[in-house]
Design a binder for this molecule. Structure first.
Ligand code: PHE
Length: 449
């Protein structure tokens, strides 16, 4: 498309992709998933999943996006015109919007908690703070609205001036914040147990479920199967090395998840709290820790609490922006809307669905879909089914539908990247055979979880 924007360079592209990958998945989901599934053993399996499964999938998405320079729907039509693949592409335009809806609610909680932790009374009422806050009617709605509005403003500003710029400044800040929190957490008395938990594997707890969860977590954390990496890759220039870009993204994401683990787990053990506390871990557990700390220094406990929730907000924003862009690019390029109008349409959809998700944890808890409240339904539908299905779709498309020569051209930049020429064969094998088989097996096992 003429006049289509792109990222200024390889660094901008990696920052944006890493921004998409690093998010609530790393700070909120990773520590509690590791906590519930055997600590270090889960982490080792997770790392193997990232390298042998998620990286080939990520490359597939990158190849589709970069070689077509199109949105998630248009890319399929451009590469395989007149086939049903575009409808599969459309599915991956819709799924990130569903994720964005509940993601924005959790992003909103983080804003709410960052503000709450400024107040002196924050540490007295902790035990019920999270439940009260997330199930109340209007407070989380206001926070969800603010979170979504900030996302919309960045996306509206465009690829270079909005998305690239935001990621360029916020990602380094995020790393600094999380390292500071980890250092603080590690300095707490009793934190050694948490470190042990993260580095000493206990394989006796590992089951096939652990592997399924580790794979699901790596898909979620790397933003796979829902068109975000595809859409961002469509803004990557032709001469950028996509293996380097994808591998760096995965490496940053893993590094961040590990540091977040060291920020959360030592504090959890220092406070003597059960590591498998589940999704409420960082919202319910950490405030307890801040209370404990306030016995030592109330001011410090407030500062750490604010910084911690602020870092969650930033991490969530860099991800929500990428989800928002998938739908925006689709509406602009396929429905010929102006960028402003497209941003407004996406806002309306995700704002309303987000309101339903939020209310479903409180006043609307009686409204059930397949036995689940709206929030949980959207989460399970996307994390367990749509993401896995989308990931399968992308590897099958690259491995079986696209011509090998086209894939080779794109992967090696026309044979100009020496290392990529060398690793093409094994990676293509992973994309064509290993990834689809493993993803299908896990998909089936998800049905029985
Ligand atoms: N990867 C993001 C995280 O770790 C979540 C995400 C999922 C972002 C799907 C975009 C698309 O929080």
């Amino acid at each position: 498309m003429s006049g289509r924007e792109n990222f200024a360079g390889a660094v901008g592209a990696v920052m944006a992709m890493a921004g998409s990958a690093i998010g609530l998945g790393n700070i909120w989901r990773f520590p509690y998933m590791a906590g519930q599934n055997g600590g270090a053993a889960f982490i080792i399996i997770y790392l193997l999943c990232v390298v042998f499964l998620s990286l080939p999938i990520m490359l597939s998405e990158t190849i589709i996006g970069r070689s077509s320079h199109s949105n998630a729907f248009g890319a399929m039509e451009k590469i395989a015109p007149g086939t049903g693949w575009k409808w599969m592409g459309l599915l991956t335009v819709i799924s990130p919007l569903i994720i964005l809806s509940f993601y924005s609610v959790v992003g909103g909680w983080s804003i709410g908690f960052a503000v709450k932790s400024l107040y002196p009374g924050f540490d007295n009422s902790v035990s019920s703070v999270f439940g009260e806050f997330s199930s109340s009617a209007w407070k989380p709605l206001i926070c969800h609205t603010i979170f979504l509005l900030v996302t919309a403003v960045v996306v509206k500003a465009g690829i270079r001036n909005g998305i690239e710029k935001f990621n360029k400044y916020s990602l380094p800040l995020l790393f600094v914040l999380i390292v500071l929190i980890a250092v603080y957490s590690l300095s707490l008395p009793g934190s050694e147990e948490g470190v042990k938990y993260l580095v000493k594997p206990d394989f006796s707890q590992v089951t096939s479920k652990t592997v399924a969860y580790a794979m699901g977590q790596s898909f979620f954390s790397l933003s796979l199967g829902v068109g975000t990496i595809l859409t961002y890759s469509s803004y990557i220039k032709k001469d950028t090395d996509i293996l380097k870009a994808s591998a760096s993204t995965a490496a940053f994401d893993m590094l961040f998840a590990l540091i977040a683990g060291f920020a959360v787990m030592p504090a959890v053990f220092a406070a003597g709290i059960e590591p498998g506390a589940g999704p409420g871990l960082i919202f319910e557990t950490l405030p307890f820790i801040f209370v404990k700390m306030s016995a030592i220094s109330p001011v410090l406990s407030h500062i750490v609490a604010v910084l911690f929730f602020l870092s969650i907000v930033i991490a969530a924003l860099t991800s929500s922006i990428s989800m928002y862009e998938v739908g925006t690019a689709y509406l602009v390029e396929e429905k010929h809307m102006s960028r402003n109008k497209a941003v407004a349409v996406i806002f309306a959809f995700t704002w309303i669905l987000g309101i339903l998700c939020s209310l479903s944890l409180g006043p609307l808890s009686g409204l059930k879909i397949a036995g689940l409240c709206v929030f949980d339904f959207c989460d399970v539908l996307t994390s367990n089914y749509l993401m896995t299905f989308g990931a399968l779709l992308y590897v099958v498309f690259v491995g079986w539908k696209m011509k090998r020569q086209t894939v080779w051209e794109d992967f090696t930049n026309g044979g100009r990247q020496d290392i990529n020429v060398k690793v093409f064969k094994p990676l293509y094998f992973l994309i064509r055979y290993v990834a689809p088989i493993v993803v299908i097996l896990i998909f089936l096992s998800n049905l029985t979880l």
